[in-house]
Design a protein around this ligand. Structure first.
Ligand SMILES: Nc1ncnc2c1ncn2[C@@H]1O[C@H](COP(=O)(O)OP(=O)(O)OP(=O)(O)O)[C@@H](O)[C@H]1O
Ligand SMILES: [Mg+2]
Length: 366
């Protein structure tokens, strides 16, 4: 029998065969693209911890936008980002606009000689907003919208601020544009605090975290199915338990379980258990080590105080163990919540939300 190829995607940035959860977000944003100009969700910021699926979500939305007829360009917030957006827009709209004459010169009625003489300085002169405005004018002729996705947003990049400010003008000019951004919680909140981009504070905002077990089970089952194999009910249950709602872990566990006995038509509970040992190792190296390094001393002290509890912790207990007042504890709780590490479970109780991070912390700290 030919070995079926593994349908899981345990690689950062890759859109999974089936996304667990996120349907509320994708349906809302696809509806916004459908409606077009004036829909407030066309400016959206997605924040989430490592491995929750921000890049996958942006890519999914970008593909879906293209399928709806939008031109879509995708960049990361890095120096050169604005030029990259211009170039990508040119390339992606080549079939819609005549790019043989640069859009920035098309409207200028210059004589041939003047054009030759001045074209260099004219090419250097227009601002990014003007250059993009001309591309958008051209796209508008076929009622085509432009979606810009920006991944890994940060506040310490001038071009990020320039982009936000120009984009605000595009919206005011009622151009058909959309801006979907994503980043780690700490970077997103720093960006939103920047005085020069108050426009972004009014943007549509999602904080994505873990997904429900039910959604994991559904996506996991469909992915096995897609690959032409089936997991036993026990295997599926065990896998869901191990995944703990963490999207990246779903890919790791699925991938490793699949490879445990690739020639069998069934995925067994043993396959899942064997696979999970590797998966845990992958998760530790690719997510936990980095996340741990980024914690402040105060964050770590707070987490150590939570480790005494096997289940969720009472915030009041944590504060007492730290010998601090509850508003001090609340402040750290908020910080860790922002980083996607801690979540509330109601009635003043909190828990470490990144699955298996608690065991990892115990290994590191106790
Ligand atoms: N909703 C989902 N369901 C199942 N798997 C998912 C989902 N979203 C993403 N994944 C998978 O999880 C992994 C991480 O996704 P992605 O790279 O998008 O995370 P990220 O949030 O961008 O992480 P980082 O902050 O490190 O950039 C990938 O292997 C991807 O295929
Ligand atoms: Mg990413």
């Amino acid at each position: 029998m030919m070995m079926a190829s593994n349908p899981f995607t345990p690689t950062f940035g890759v859109v999974p065969a089936f996304m667990a959860g996120r349907e509320d977000i994708t349906s809302e944003l696809l509806a916004a693209l459908e409606e077009g100009v004036g829909n407030p969700n066309l400016t959206t910021i997605i924040s989430g911890a490592r491995g929750t699926g921000k890049t996958a979500l942006l890519t999914y939305l970008s593909d879906a936008a293209q399928a709806q007829g939008w031109v879509s360009v995708n960049v990361s917030a890095l120096p050169g980002m604005l030029e990259e957006i211009v170039q990508q827009t040119h390339a992606a709209s080549a079939h819609l606009i005549d790019t043989s004459t640069p859009a920035k010169l098309a409207s200028l009625k210059l004589g041939d000689i003047a054009e030759v003489q001045f074209s260099d300085s004219l090419e250097a002169a227009p601002t990014w907003r003007i250059r993009m405005g001309e591309l958008l004018d051209a796209l508008a002729e076929t009622d085509t919208g432009l979606l810009i996705t920006v991944d890994e947003v940060r506040d310490d990049l001038d071009e990020m601020i320039q982009l936000a400010s120009a984009f605000q003008h595009f919206v005011r000019e009622r151009r058909k544009v959309a801006l979907f951004m994503a980043g780690l919680p700490a970077h997103v909140s720093a960006l939103l605090q920047d005085k020069s981009v108050s426009f972004l504070r009014r943007a549509n905002f999602y904080n994505i975290g873990i997904v429900s077990d039910f959604e994991v089970e559904e996506a996991l089952g469909k992915t096995f199915d897609e690959g032409g194999r089936e997991a036993t009910p026990e295997a599926l249950k065990e896998a869901v338990q191990l995944i703990g709602g963490f999207p990246y872990m779903m890919q790791l566990v699925g991938y490793r379980a699949w490879n445990a006995s690739p020639d069998s038509p069934l995925i067994s509970e043993d396959d899942v258990l064997e696979g999970s040992r590797f998966a845990r190792n992958d998760l530790q190296r690719k997510v936990f080590d980095t996340t741990f390094r980024e914690l402040s001393k105060g964050d770590v002290r707070f987490l150590v105080a939570m480790l005494e509890d096997d289940g969720p912790s009472e915030l009041a207990d944590v504060a007492r163990r730290l010998g601090k007042r509850s508003n001090y504890a609340s402040q750290y709780k908020r910080r860790l919540q922002e980083q996607g590490i801690v979540g509330e479970v109601g009635q003043g109780r909190i828990r470490i939300e990144l699955p298996m991070f608690k065991d990892y912390l115990r290994d590191q700290l106790l």
